[in-house]
Design a protein. Structure first.
Length: 180
């Protein structure tokens, strides 16, 4: 399997990067959107980031327009929205695709690990009730989360509706932070 930390990504300013810039940290990778019913999760994510960053925690946000066009803006517009609306200080990367033929290699690697999503079910059922096709083994919606341990490996995977305040997520972050 490809080392997650070595997969090329772009910063929102267009600069080349990899998640290796967070090597040794516990990183929560999240596909985000500004015009989604879950967008208010930015508030909890920023709070979690502020509370835990001095312990070696960070968040890597990847804007995504794959779900009902809920992230239509440019990278600059997305960053401005996040900073002005939610005072986001964690890294926001360039917009990517997380599903289908255009899926970014980072998300291909995250999904290839087949880590079961904690809290999986309620969001899928809600989407299916609206007649949407939600294939298993795919990113369900915006704000799906992958916790990457200090070792660069996937420690946990969370469904979109598992918030930053959810004890399942905070306890997983704390467990990973406690590891040397």
């Amino acid at each position: 399997m490809t080392d997650l930390l070595d997969i090329p990504v772009k910063r929102a300013d267009g600069g080349a990067a990899t998640l290796a810039e967070h090597a040794g940290k516990v990183t929560l990778v999240v596909n985000v959107a500004s015009k989604c019913g879950l967008t208010k999760q930015y508030e909890g994510l920023e709070k979690l980031f502020e509370e835990k960053r001095d312990q070696g925690f960070t968040i890597a946000a990847f804007p995504c327009n794959d779900f009902k066009g809920q992230e239509p803006g440019t990278d600059a517009e997305i960053v401005e929205f996040c900073q002005l609306t939610y005072d986001v200080k964690f890294p926001i990367y360039s917009k990517i695709s997380v599903k289908g033929e255009a899926r970014h290699p980072l998300y291909a690697a995250l999904l290839a690990a087949q880590t079961p999503a904690i809290g999986d079910g309620p969001m899928k059922e809600k989407l299916r009730s609206f007649g949407m096709d939600v294939p298993d083994g795919e990113i369900v919606w915006n704000f799906e989360k992958f916790l990457i341990g200090r070792d660069g490996k996937i420690a946990a995977h969370f469904a979109p509706d598992v918030t930053a305040e959810d004890s399942r997520l905070t306890e997983a972050v704390d467990r990973e932070l406690a590891k040397a």
